[in-house]
Design a protein around this ligand. Structure first.
Ligand code: GLN
Length: 483
């Protein structure tokens, strides 16, 4: 059952081949068998079985939606009523939200069955899922390697088939990067497409939730449930949600693909360059035209992002002070002691580093030099994409510089870690949609191909990914021991 696509699962449930309770039990068994991967922070077994029973009743009444009765796991950044939401931090180790995030509400309304909450980098800050208070997540393709971050638990839960699909969030690559390193499909929608209400904020102008699935076909189904205007999120965009599945089979003849020369420079790892050119050849065979484009400001994306994201995080995380939210230290002697010790104990090293960088960049005297400058660069990068997307329909490139690296390998060098975001971050600065699809293996580890489109063209991106998945089977591979 755990190897089936979402439409096969839905079909199986509706024809009575298996029940949602049976399906849920099968996934819970797998979660228990593979605890060593550390993908889940919380498993909600009782609640899941209760919801599965309700889903079975709904299916029997012929009121099922596409996701009714199918088990999902949620990144532990989405607030869940009465179920712990930790954001991977000691700060929120005891936190139960008094409400559901809009995304969670939408899955509940669809009758999805939540299996639990997934491990992640602390407050979504990281590229390897090693900064979690709950420990590193292991890549099922090689358990000595990282799964990518920050939605590492999501990447692993889907790759190891510990959930039928999962959610992730992407501030600078956190959906696409673990998708690439775990060999699954991940879509970061256009900024504003999916509600951020109840999604714990890291960098509000960049954060966006999206689906992490086996295939583009599954991602279309999941995005259908997640997307839409939300009056509770002032940055949510009030545009109709198209049918994401209806155009998956459109032929790609005449599609214009742009390859930024800055992505395919001599700096690109040679094995990665070979694999990506094989993937692009498949698109050529499907009738696409390939063209070089230039985006001269891409090289400024990392420095700009690592000013803007920490600046926003320093503001967002000020609410975790041991009074309004979060861990409170024992026996504070006065208010200052309460703040400093609560925050000192509650946050991990990387989060503290970001808060310090952000506070510095926003302080009087430095604001113009760093924050304002970074915002100007952000505009230049956005303009680069706008220009390129008038010449071509989509842009393709790598997702990560290399396949997954070893656990512990980059933890002592933050700059080295930040450089692993080099191909994903610019897309968030521009607010564009982009997805990662499995595109082969290097030394038995999966890699991804990134497809970047214009604003609100998710349906087209999914069509482009789906066509590739009709002629390749990278997305169907399963790590050994997890079949
Ligand atoms: N690696 C990037 C960071 O640490 C992006 C993380 C994310 O997308 N949440 O900021």
């Amino acid at each position: 059952m755990h190897t089936k696509s979402l439409s096969e699962l839905s079909h199986g449930l509706q024809t009575g081949e298996f029940s949602s309770v049976e399906l849920t039990q099968a996934f819970i068994k797998r979660i228990n068998q593979h605890q060593d991967l550390n993908a889940y922070i919380t498993v909600t077994e009782e609640l899941a079985l209760q919801n599965a029973k309700a889903a079975d009743a709904r299916i029997a009444n012929k009121k099922a939606d596409a996701l009714t009765g199918i088990p999902v796991a949620q990144k532990d950044i989405f607030c869940t009523l009465d179920v712990k939401t930790t954001c991977g931090s000691r700060m929120l180790d005891n936190f139960s939200a008094p409400y559901n995030a809009t995304v969670i509400e939408k899955f509940n309304q669809a009758g999805a069955v939540m299996l639990g909450k997934l491990n992640m980098d602390e407050f979504a800050m990281g590229s390897s899922n090693e900064t979690s208070y709950y420990g590193a997540v292991k890549n099922p393709w090689n358990t000595n390697k990282v799964p990518g971050g920050s939605s590492g638990g999501s990447g692993v839960a889907v790759a190891a088939r510990l959930a039928a699909y999962a959610t992730g969030t992407d501030t600078g690559g956190s959906i696409r990067q673990p998708a690439a390193l775990c060999g699954i499909t991940g879509l970061k929608p256009t900024y504003g497409r999916v509600s951020r209400y109840g999604m714990i904020a890291y960098a509000s102008s960049l954060d966006q939730g999206g689906p992490m699935t086996h295939s583009a076909e599954d991602a279309a189904i999941v995005l259908q449930t997640m997307a839409g205007f939300d009056p509770k999120d002032s940055t949510s965009v009030d545009l109709p949600v198209p049918d994401y599945s209806v155009n998956l089979n459109q032929p790609l003849k005449g599609l214009k693909i742009g390859l930024p020369k800055e992505f395919f420079s001599a700096d690109l790892n040679a094995a990665m360059a070979t694999k990506l050119s094989e993937a692009i050849d498949e698109y050529r065979k499907l009738g696409a035209e390939i063209k070089e484009v230039s985006m001269p400001n891409l090289k400024l994306a990392i420095p700009a992002y690592y000013v803007i994201a920490p600046a926003e995080c320093s503001a967002n995380l000020s609410r975790f002070d041991g009074v309004r939210f979060g861990h409170r230290c024992e026996n504070p002697v006065d208010l200052t002691d309460l703040y400093t010790r609560s925050r000192g104990e509650g946050f991990g090293k990387e989060v503290k580093r970001r808060i310090l960088m952000g506070t510095y960049a926003l302080s009087t005297g430095y604001y113009d030099a760093y924050y304002l400058k970074a915002q100007k660069i952000r505009r230049l990068i956005s303009d680069d994409f706008k220009r390129a997307l008038t010449e071509v329909d989509v842009i393709m490139g790598p997702v990560t510089p290399t396949p997954a690296f070893g656990i512990g390998e980059k933890m002592s060098d933050p700059v080295e870690m930040y450089l692993s975001d080099i191909y994903t971050i610019a897309i968030n600065l521009a607010g564009l949609p982009a997805l990662s699809i499995p595109a082969g293996f290097i030394n038995d580890m999966p890699i991804g191909l990134q497809v970047i489109g214009n604003y609100f063209t998710e349906a087209h991106l999914l069509n482009i990914a789906h066509q590739y998945q009709q002629v390749t089977d990278w997305h169907k591979q399963t790590p050994k021991g997890f079949e």
